[in-house]
Write a protein that binds this ligand. Structure first.
Ligand code: DP6
Length: 337
């Protein structure tokens, strides 16, 4: 009988990538990383410890909306602040950041002063953990002078949060699922494509903490949803369709596929037992309004993540009409103005 191989830990991955590099601690390390919105979603893991996904995924970066982090060495204990406010050690933010920082301390009595600034609401389904872990990884690379390449940094950021591996780049980014047990082939890369007319509109409907975090929700979906079996093959088709749409600048195909992919992801969650339903009445009303505007001939589509908020996809020429229809819409230009 074949012996079961021991599980690979996050510490093993860190040892492989930075183990040989002697930390040369600088006075500080600072970095910015953009938030990202998936057009083809990451939903379900083949390895929980390393955040290895079941499928590949594709996202678009939110230009200058994201996280900025400065790290400095600190004596006695970690000091972690968010948007200028020192946070208590029992907050989820501090616990997740500390668990990540623990992977990189050169000595057990090495502590960090971490100052984070988010230009997007935390925990409102606008992917702030992705930009946070990406910025933190980049700041660590600066602080310790590792000089790692982007691929290695993408792998390290993934250990904090899966979608963080996509936040190391601007524009369209693909995260290759990979197949290796240690995840060395599971990293993100930018697509060689710019689309200056593309717009993303953030429709914030609720800033309340979500009833269930995406980590737990994807676990529960994979374990209990009878619809999950169909998800990987659907992602493969959607990913191919999105890449073709981007190559051909076919906006209708891009929007249609992204919207269908997000709804398919939500369908897998709704079928989980117990069901996971992030939609609010206002989410559904916004979806209907978008469909109605579309029936009137305006090319507008939406995508949604693990939360009630919508992200609209449209082109520059529709911007005035859509900001009139949704006055609270925050418009992002992923490729600059
Ligand atoms: C719905 O990357 O937050 O936004 O790896 O457990 O930290 P963890 O999950 P996370 O999940 C993101 C899920 C999603 C889809 C996506 O961004 O692709």
């Amino acid at each position: 009988m074949k012996k079961k191989e021991p599980a690979i830990t996050r510490e093993d991955v860190v040892r492989t990538l930075v183990g040989q590099r002697r930390p040369a601690v600088c006075p500080a390390g600072s970095a910015f990383a953009p938030s990202n919105i998936a057009l083809c979603k990451y939903w379900g893991k083949r390895d929980e410890e390393l955040n290895l996904p079941v499928t590949s995924s594709l996202s678009i970066a939110l230009e200058n909306l994201g996280s900025e982090i400065t790290l400095k060495p600190c004596t006695k204990w970690d000091r972690i602040s968010l948007n200028g406010k020192l946070l208590a050690s029992d907050t989820t933010f501090v616990q997740r950041a500390t668990a990540f920082l623990d992977l990189f301390r050169p000595a057990p009595d090495f502590f960090f002063d971490m100052r984070a600034k988010n230009s997007i609401p935390t925990a409102a389904g606008l992917a702030s953990s992705a930009s946070g872990f990406a910025a933190l990884t980049l700041a660590l690379n600066e602080l310790f002078g590792w000089k790692l390449n982007r691929r290695a940094l993408s792998i390290l950021a993934r250990l904090g949060s899966g979608s963080a591996c996509r936040s190391l780049y601007g524009g369209f980014v693909e995260w290759h699922a990979g197949a290796a047990r240690n995840g060395m082939d599971s990293y993100a890369e930018p697509l060689d494509a710019v689309w200056p007319d593309l717009r993303l509109g953030l429709l914030l409907l609720s800033e309340k903490e979500k009833p269930i975090g995406s980590r737990h929700a994807m676990q529960q979906t994979r374990a209990t949803s009878p619809l999950y079996a169909a998800w990987p093959a659907q992602v493969e088709r959607d990913l191919a369709a999105l890449k073709t749409a981007i190559r051909n600048r076919d906006f209708a195909a891009l929007g249609r596929t992204a919207e269908a992919n997000a709804l398919a992801m939500h369908a897998t969650m709704i079928a989980a037992r117990p069901a996971i339903l992030y939609w609010l009445p206002s989410s559904l009303a916004a979806m209907r309004k978008i469909h109605q505007i579309r029936e009137e001939g305006v090319k507008v589509f939406f995508t949604m993540d693990a939360g009630p908020n919508l992200k609209l996809l449209f082109l520059r020429k529709e911007q005035a009409l859509l900001t009139a229809a949704f006055p609270e819409l925050r418009v992002v230009t992923p490729f600059g103005r």
